[in-house]
Design a protein. Structure first.
Ligand code: GLU
Length: 479
């Protein structure tokens, strides 16, 4: 499934008809791990294309490989798609529930003379492969049971193989890759039904796509070779071949295939890192697809613009965290304060009583953070009285006089405090003690925030309130 394409490519001569047919797409993950960022983008392309054409988007869980499929991975896929907001139509289609149908098609292919029983045992195939490799050749099953001279051996359960064409070529018309040609010499009579009666991947995919009425297959280009094989099955059954769009994989910033060492690969990790689903949707659709120079667009715009699979880039896109942060910063600003405060609570030692404080704090903080984690860190001093960091300690060492002058002024300041009234008090304290405003303001920031950066300090003190602000100033004086 992952070998490089053996086909040759030219510009496609075909555009899939989308005006006259109902577009039906699917995302077909195997539940063997988390929802990968590349898979998420594939799902998003399928989703948008279907929505644009007022068609349907389906979720098919390809769980035929019982050894590798797990219930946790299935949950992670479903949770990841829901979190991203990619809602599928109808029920989830579980591939494993359709094995009977896959067998039925394998048998139909036998009847049509398009497939045959192969009695080679696993041991024989291993020996044939070893022999070929010893000669430095690529192993290809020698089709010995295609037109058998021998009688089938007793006691051997046969597998079923498709008859691949012996001459000519198979052309996959791909919206992204162009026409990809597979010469007959590159194709083998691959197994469609194993000797234990289980379908192979290529058979199951074709039967399910046909039965689900899929009109467009949009998936990773690691499946391009499979498209060649799958086309043989479609033709042998006399079925219409859906449109194909094989999307290049996502690469890391260094141009190598995306892996753990480039950072997060699972959608769940992006959620934990503090990215919003709408940011990822916007960033991912823009990754390898474009609409002019537009970088930021709403879901509604993406749906209107994502009309043509030919606009997907045929070169791999590189994941760029700086861009993603930029997009996320944009969408965080658009979220209302109530929601943001609720979201960052997960990162903070937080109880319900702090919620109103965090809500008030958002206006001053959300314009400067690019992830929820950054936002939570910036808001931490609102819910925790933090130890001053090194810079703040230095400022406090020389700034105690400034604090001393401020405390009586603040004590006299009537409640409720506002940013304006606290600012006036700071100025008054500076004036009456003959100091510059900064000499009062800086140690105040150090005492209140515990660091020399952060939001507007009068505003922060107004949000924290009189009691907590005075407590922190007195603590700093006593330290
Ligand atoms: N189950 C395959 C995968 O997860 C995808 C099959 C397909 O899209 O045709 O890679």
């Amino acid at each position: 499934m992952t070998e490089p394409s053996t086909g040759t490519t030219t510009q496609s001569t075909k555009r899939i008809q989308t005006e006259t047919m109902k577009v039906i797409t699917r995302f077909a993950p195997s539940p063997t791990g988390m929802l990968h960022i590349g898979g998420a983008r594939t799902a998003l392309f399928n989703y948008l294309f279907a929505r644009h054409h007022k068609g349907e988007f389906h979720l098919r869980v390809e769980d035929t490989d019982k050894q590798r499929s797990t219930a946790e991975a299935k949950e992670a896929l479903i949770d990841g798609l829901k979190w991203l907001g990619l809602h599928w139509d109808g029920e989830i289609y579980f591939q494993s529930q359709h094995e009977g149908r896959h067998r039925e098609v394998a048998e139909a292919l036998l009847k049509r003379g398009e497939a045959y029983y192969c009695y080679c045992t696993a041991d024989e195939l291993v020996a044939q492969r070893a022999e070929a490799e010893a000669k430095g050749e690529v192993f290809k099953y020698d089709r010995r049971w295609r037109d058998p001279k021998a009688t089938p051996p007793a006691g051997v359960k046969p597998s079923i193989r498709i008859k691949a064409p012996l001459t000519g070529e198979i052309t996959v018309k791909d919206e992204v890759q162009g026409d990809v040609r597979f010469g007959a010499d590159a194709l083998d009579d691959f197994i469609i039904l194993r000797s234990d009666g289980s379908p192979t991947y290529n058979l199951a995919v074709v039967v399910d796509d046909h039965d689900m009425g899929i009109t467009h297959i949009i998936r990773g280009d690691d499946h391009l070779n499979n498209a060649g094989r799958q086309s043989i099955i479609y033709k042998a059954m006399g079925w219409d071949i859906p449109g194909f769009a094989h999307v290049p994989l996502i690469h890391g910033s260094d141009g190598a295939k995306l892996s753990k060492r480039h950072g997060a690969t699972g959608i769940g990790e992006y959620a934990v890192m503090g990215y919003l689903p709408e940011s990822l949707r916007n960033y991912l659709v823009r990754l390898g697809w474009s609409h002019g120079d537009d970088e930021i667009f709403s879901d509604a715009q993406a749906t209107v613009w994502f009309s043509n699979l030919g606009a997907i880039n045929s070169a791999p896109a590189r994941l760029d965290f700086a861009k993603l942060n930029h997009v996320n910063a944009h969408y965080m600003k658009l979220r209302d304060n109530e929601t943001l405060a609720g979201m960052i609570a997960a990162y903070l030692p937080h109880d319900a009583e702090h919620h109103p404080v965090l809500v008030k704090a958002m206006d001053g903080l959300k314009t400067r953070a690019s992830t929820l984690v950054e936002l939570a860190e910036a808001a931490r001093f609102y819910v925790e009285h933090l130890e001053p960091d090194e810079k703040a300690r230095t400022v406090l060492l020389s700034g105690k006089e400034g604090l001393r002058s401020l405390i009586p002024t603040l004590k006299a300041l009537p409640e409720p405090w506002s940013a304006e009234s606290v600012k006036t008090a700071l100025k008054l304290a500076a004036d009456t003690s003959g100091k510059k405003l900064g000499e009062v303001m800086q140690p105040t920031r150090a005492a209140i925030v515990g660091s020399m950066s952060g939001p507007d300090i009068p505003e922060a003190m107004a949000i924290l309130g009189k009691e907590e602000s005075l407590l922190r100033l007195n603590d700093a004086l006593a330290a």
